[in-house]
Write a protein that binds this ligand. Structure first.
Ligand SMILES: NC(=O)c1ccc[n+]([C@@H]2O[C@H](COP(=O)([O-])OP(=O)(O)OC[C@H]3O[C@@H](n4cnc5c(N)ncnc54)[C@H](O)[C@@H]3O)[C@@H](O)[C@H]2O)c1
Length: 341
């Protein structure tokens, strides 16, 4: 199978590439613009030397490039996106461009070349706060941030290509992922790396907001199942990937400090994120039924492994956190939140 992976140099994409390359008969082409969140170091030496791996640095908004690459593919897994909610509150333009318009470019190219399978990576954020639990795929979509709204638009655009043009597609909605190689501005790696440096762990609002935390390798297994199962079983379907359990930000912060043996005085209370989603928790019944998938990792064990990875890979995240781009966003965003406390 020739597989196009957009956004493969990011967090989930790179974990996916590592796993999918271990399968027989899969040739992967990663198309990634290497934005601030993309990182070539997310691929090991073995991956760079793997003859079944090709890396193309380029933008999904580049029509000519996308059409050229799509021509030789059997399937697409579409991860590429701007993904940080806080940044979408600060400046939403790149989210509308990449997440919505970029998906449109890919869909047009996929329709044109007659792709066999389009696996779209949507997100649980399209739902907004739970109005009932556990949240199934019929839960109303009430996106609460520009990121979530751009992803909701893309999610429904993919569906419209299925209904209108019979594009073979499946829309996966993973809940919050955690694990190795996550960009250190996101909650868990930000808290872990700050704690390692003796810096504060800034908790938004009450810290009682909860998410359904999905171990990234479990998520990757679900995506691989969506490539493997008979397409007629999942064509046009929306499928949630999550665990059916949720944990609060307070629980995570305390857990990280406990694993690292650090003091609770590092916890800092800051103002709440505007439009902050209160609770996300899914049922994975449909994923189990259609993909034969269930999550395996227990949260406390996954948290320990994640902390261990950041302890062992200081060089990886120190280089990112030292960038001017990182420091500028961090300074502006947290002064804003401290100002609205
Ligand atoms: N991280 C999560 O918890 C989570 C949960 C649910 C869904 N998702 C979805 O999964 C996907 C991957 O998320 P992630 O956390 O790995 O994101 P990430 O921010 O770590 O990586 C995104 C990748 O996309 C690339 N990219 C961005 N714009 C691009 C463009 N215009 N053209 C080509 N490449 C571009 C970046 O360079 C980066 O490598 C996203 O679609 C996201 O919405 C993430």
């Amino acid at each position: 199978m020739n597989l196009l992976v957009t956004g493969g140099a990011g967090f989930i994409g790179s974990n996916f590439v590592r796993k999918v390359l271990s399968k027989d008969n899969v040739k992967v082409t990663v198309l990634d613009a290497l934005t601030y969140a993309g990182n070539k170091k997310n691929f090991s030496k073995e991956i760079w030397h793997n003859p079944n791996f090709t890396f193309v640095e380029g933008n999904i908004l580049d029509r000519d490039l996308v059409y050229r690459i799509m021509g030789s593919q059997d399937a697409v897994v579409h991860f590429a996106a701007y993904t940080h909610i806080d940044r979408s509150i600060d400046l939403s333009d790149p989210f509308i461009d990449t997440d919505f318009k970029g998906t449109h470019v890919l869909l047009e190219a996929a329709k044109h070349t007659g792709i066999g399978r389009f696996v779209h990576i949507s997100t649980s954020e399209v739902y907004g706060s739970a109005v009932y639990t556990p949240m199934d795929e019929e839960h109303p979509m009430r996106p609460q941030s520009p990121y979530a709204a751009a992803k909701a638009g893309a999610d429904r655009l993919v569906y419209s290509y299925y209904t209108t043009y019979e594009l073979p597609c499946v829309i996966l909605r993973p809940f919050n992922n955690y694990g190795y190689n996550q960009y250190p501005e996101k909650l868990m790696p930000y808290f872990i790396t700050n704690a390692l440096d003796g810096k504060p762990l800034p908790i938004y609002g009450s810290g009682e907001n909860t998410r359904d935390w999905l171990w990234v390798e479990d998520c990757v297994d679900g995506i691989i199942r969506a490539l493997e199962v008979d397409m007629s079983l999942i064509n046009g379907e929306v499928i949630n990937l999550g665990t059916g359990r949720d944990f609060s930000v307070n629980y995570i912060a305390e857990g990280i400090l406990e694993v690292l043996g650090k003091d609770r005085t590092l916890i800092e209370r800051v103002g709440d994120r505007p439009g902050h989603v209160k609770r996300l928790i899914t049922s994975y019944d449909k994923a189990e039924r259609l993909l034969g998938w269930q999550p395996v990792m227990e949260f406390d064990e996954g948290l320990k492994r994640t902390v261990g990875w950041y302890v062992d890979n200081r060089e990886w995240w120190e280089e990112i956190k030292a960038r001017d781009e990182f420091k500028t966003f961090e300074k502006n965003w947290y002064s804003f939140l401290r100002g609205i406390l």
